[in-house]
Structure formats: structure tokens, C-alpha cells
Design a protein around this ligand. Structure first.
Ligand code: URA
Length: 239
């Protein structure tokens, strides 16, 4: 059986098909020892040896994991010296998975990890509009009028941002617990967005990505998604 080289790279968990094309054009991919820059090149699954940056790659079983990232862990697969990183929580996972998007060092909650490059690309890309929902504790009280303003969207320094939904979950004396959903994932988006309205974020926890909920997964624990969850997740991004 033959598949296009970019598809092969994504089957091996290297990256999405689109980013794989970039790697090919940059001359980072070799087939049977020769650099291939042709995007239409087809790989024979049985015979060909494909290398990326000098490393032999092979198709992998696709796995989909969710982790409840605790606060004060970096979303990084490297050992980061004195700061703890999620790599310490992934012991026992044999497949080479990577996190789909980031949670800040002090944020917590649902982190999806996979070796499915195409799915990862679609979960993150704003054009697929997959909702990500956060529980956020902010400083200050939020009146109904203010909530309406927050729902309308705002111009941030890197463009307009518009949440899909904002709900008040609880009101305290000088704090508010919000549930906010965005279908995009720019860096520090939730903190910057609520900061724009004068509300400093005190705690931030992601609780949902599309059809996948954190549920009662304990802090620091992970689990493999069920077949049905994988099916729903793929369906939600057109796969
Ligand atoms: N938005 C943020 O500001 N931080 C996160 O960790 C996730 C979304």
C-alpha cells in the first residue's frame, strides 16, 4: 500500500499533514537515504524507510489521552530543571504523545495529549471552531451590565476576541466564578480577555474541549479516551 509522504509523516505522529509538507519542502525528510522535496511522492508502507531530521520514523498506533494538569506544572515534554513539567505525570505512557495546546504554568485542568497530528491541528485551528471551556475565578464582582459587555467581545492587541459563551457560576464578596468558552486558543487568551475588562484571573481551570469533559479525573491523573469519545472528538472536527 502506498500513501503520500505528508500523510505518512502524520501517521507516524510527527505532525499534521500541512506542517509535514513544510518539513518536506525544507529538505528534512529522506526516503531510503535520499532527500525528497516532492509533495506528491508516495511511500510504500512495506518497503520504504523514511527519516525525519535523520531519525527513522514508523507508523504508530494512535492514542488519545486526557490529563488533569495540576497548577504549577509546565506544559512541556522537556525536563525543565527546577520547575515541574507534565512529563513527570506521563510515566507509563509508552507512545510518543504531545500536548494539544498549552495550559499556563499556574493554570490547571483538561489537557489533551495525542500522537495524531491531524486531529491535534484541527482541535487547535480556529477554523474548526472547537469550543474550549474554562472555569475562571476572577477578582471583583460582575454586574449584569458588565456581563453583557464581556459577552460582546473585545479588541485585544492581537485582534478581536469573542467568547462563545460566558456564564456566572458563583458570586462572592469580591470575586466571581465564571464559565467562559472560546473556539480559539491564542496565548493567555482567557487572562488577557478578562484583564481587558479589569478582572484579574486568580484561578483558571479548563473543563471541556469539544465533546470531552474533565469529569472527576483527579489532579495529576490521566486516562485514555474511550473509543466513543475518540469518535465524537474526531467527528467534532470533521474527521
Ligand atoms: N487562557 C489563558 O490565559 N491561560 C491558559 O492556560 C489557557 C487559556
Amino acid at each position: 500500500m502506498q500513501v503520500r509522504l505528508n500523510k505518512y509523516l502524520s501517521m507516524c505522529g510527527i505532525t499534521s499533514r500541512r506542517k509535514a509538507e513544510k518539513l518536506i519542502l525544507e529538505g528534512k525528510v529522506k526516503v531510503n537515504g535520499k532527500t525528497v522535496k516532492e509533495l506528491s511522492f508516495k511511500v510504500d508502507l512495506k518497503k520504504d524507510r523514511v527519516e525525519v531530521n535523520g531519525k527513522l520514523i514508523r507508523p504508530q498506533r494512535k492514542v488519545y489521552i486526557i490529563l488533569n494538569k495540576p497548577p504549577l506544572y509546565l506544559t512541556s515534554l522537556k525536563d525543565e530543571g527546577d520547575k515541574r513539567s507534565i512529563i513527570h505525570l506521563l510515566r507509563g505512557v509508552k507512545e510518543r504523545v504531545f500536548p494539544v495546546g498549552r495550559l499556563d504554568y499556574n493554570s490547571e485542568g483538561l489537557l489533551l495529549l495525542t500522537n495524531d497530528g491531524e486531529l491535534a491541528h484541527r482541535v487547535l485551528h480556529p477554523s474548526y471552531k472547537l469550543p474550549k471551556t474554562y472555569l475562571v475565578l476572577v477578582e471583583g464582582k460582575i454586574t449584569k451590565a458588565k456581563l453583557e459587555r464581556i459577552r460582546r467581545g473585545a479588541l485585544l492587541e492581537d485582534g478581536f476576541a469573542h467568547p462563545e459563551e460566558v456564564l456566572i457560576r458563583k458570586t462572592y464578596n469580591s470575586k466571581t466564578l465564571l464559565e467562559i468558552t472560546f473556539t480559539e486558543g491564542r496565548k493567555h487568551l482567557v487572562k488577557r480577555y478578562l484583564g481587558h475588562f479589569g478582572h484579574k484571573v486568580l484561578r483558571l481551570k479548563r473543563i471541556r474541549i469539544g465533546p470531552i469533559s474533565l469529569g472527576n479525573l483527579k489532579r495529576g491523573q490521566l486516562r485514555y479516551l474511550t473509543r466513543e469519545e475518540v469518535r465524537l472528538l474526531k467527528e467534532s472536527v470533521g474527521l
